[in-house]
Design a protein around this ligand. Structure first.
Ligand SMILES: *Cc1c(COP(=O)(O)O)cnc(C)c1O
Length: 399
């Protein structure tokens, strides 16, 4: 490996915690779907930072919002009002139809926030005996890394060594409505799930499942909470993945691309009647809803809507998946996904393929050991997919 790359990698590993095991490439610049390493080599980004870069690297409109807001005001805390946050909330309402937004920073904070809102609603509105409620979650889920959230992970490594855990969660099989039905009792407050599991290996549930979950939760008087941190904001070919089945949740959780790949912004959206359980002092975050993040989030949303990114994701996703399915490789078992959230189930360690792809100029990553994932920025064009496909085909056929 080249001297410069090696120096950066060694420094990172020597002084940083080893909580990740990156593919050995050191990126110094990005633009659109492309990034360049410290030796000047060019790569196509097929991961998009797990969908945080739906708008591509350094989208001009988002960069302008960052720059302009940074010249005026960056932080007030929520002890005071600022002249950006209200406009951000209004835009969220106009785009999603949800009455109210609660802003946070990282995705997992938004998940924690949603869990708090649901629990308080359960006790104060639904009448579940206080501190005894249950929330139903799915096997193979990924909702982030806090202690409460890893409590209900079914990936052993995410939990191991981090107990004691938070009570009040029931894990059921994903994709089978009868499993949820059996798990519901008088203590049940809500169901939390991803409309399509991302980190779990790009798992698409059976057709009709989301709609069934929506109907069942409504009928039983419990909340449906969808974690669209990864699937939302255009990734699957609709603005939100729930639109594929008209399964609009009571509580919608967003993150990642809401910050346009620039700044961490997450949010929980719901109706007035649910959000009103949260009163001053119940919950908060020093940086949550800060004017810099709010300005960036507004620009990030504008780009998604004005550039029709959900539609591009749908069309390009179909094309990409078809091209992947045409590859005749002994190691490919299945190509699956929705929009530009694509998984390729392989028979060798997916990391090994990622490392080879990197040498050809394609940066991608894996979800679980045997699933390659392809999730480029949603601004990707057909020629750019072709550029990547040529190389992906070479690597997959080398087996
Ligand atoms: C990435 C992700 C999270 C966690 O977001 P962070 O910003 O890393 O905390 C939660 N849920 C889903 C579905 C995700 O993909």
């Amino acid at each position: 490996m080249d001297f410069l790359s090696r120096a950066h990698i060694e420094m990172t590993e020597k002084y940083g915690a080893h909580n990740y095991k990156p593919i050995p490439v050191v990126i110094e610049r990005g633009e659109g779907v492309w990034v360049w390493d410290v030796e000047g080599r060019k790569y196509i980004d097929m991961l998009s930072s797990y969908s945080a870069l739906n708008q591509g690297h350094r989208h001009p409109r988002i960069m302008r919002a960052l720059f302009e807001q940074s010249q005026r005001l960056t932080l007030t805390s929520r002890a005071f009002y600022n002249d950006v946050l209200g406009r951000f909330f209004k835009k969220m309402n106009e785009i999603t139809g949800y009455d109210k937004t609660l802003p946070m920073n990282s995705g997992v904070e938004a998940v924690e926030t949603a869990l708090k809102i649901a629990r308080k609603w359960g006790y104060y509105k639904k009448g579940v005996p206080k501190n005894d409620g249950e929330i139903i979650v799915m096997e193979n889920n990924f909702h982030g890394r806090t202690i409460t959230v890893i409590t209900f992970s079914t990936t052993e490594q995410y939990r191991d060594g981090f107990g004691p855990y938070t009570p009040g969660f029931k894990v059921v099989k994903y994709g089978d409505i009868s499993e949820i039905e059996k798990a519901i009792n008088e203590k049940t407050i809500a169901v939390l799930m991803e409309p399509l599991q991302g980190e779990g290996g790009i798992i698409v549930p059976p057709d009709g499942y989301l709609k069934e979950v929506r109907e069942l939760t409504r009928e039983k008087g419990i909340l449906l909470m969808l974690d669209e941190i990864q699937t939302g904001l255009g990734r699957t070919g609709k603005l939100f993945a729930y639109e594929w089945e008209d399964a609009r949740p009571d509580i919608l959780i967003l993150g990642k691309a809401l910050g346009g790949g620039v700044y961490p912004v997450s949010a929980v959206l719901t109706s007035d009647s649910i959000m009103e359980v949260i009163t001053p002092g119940d919950h908060g975050s020093t940086f949550g809803g800060n004017p810099l993040g709010a300005a960036i989030a507004m620009a990030s949303l504008d780009v998604i809507i004005d550039e029709n990114l959900p539609e591009n994701a749908r069309v390009m996703g179909e094309y990409f998946m078809n091209e992947l399915r045409k590859i005749n490789s002994p190691i490919v078992e299945e190509v699956r996904g929705k929009g530009l959230m694509i998984g390729v189930q392989v028979k060798v360690h997916a990391r090994e393929i990622c490392e080879k792809l990197k040498d050809y100029g394609v940066l991608s990553y894996y979800a679980h050991d045997y699933v390659m994932r392809f999730a480029p920025p949603l601004v990707i064009k057909r020629e750019e997919i072709d550029w990547a496909m040529e190389r992906i085909e070479k690597v997959l056929k080398s087996y």
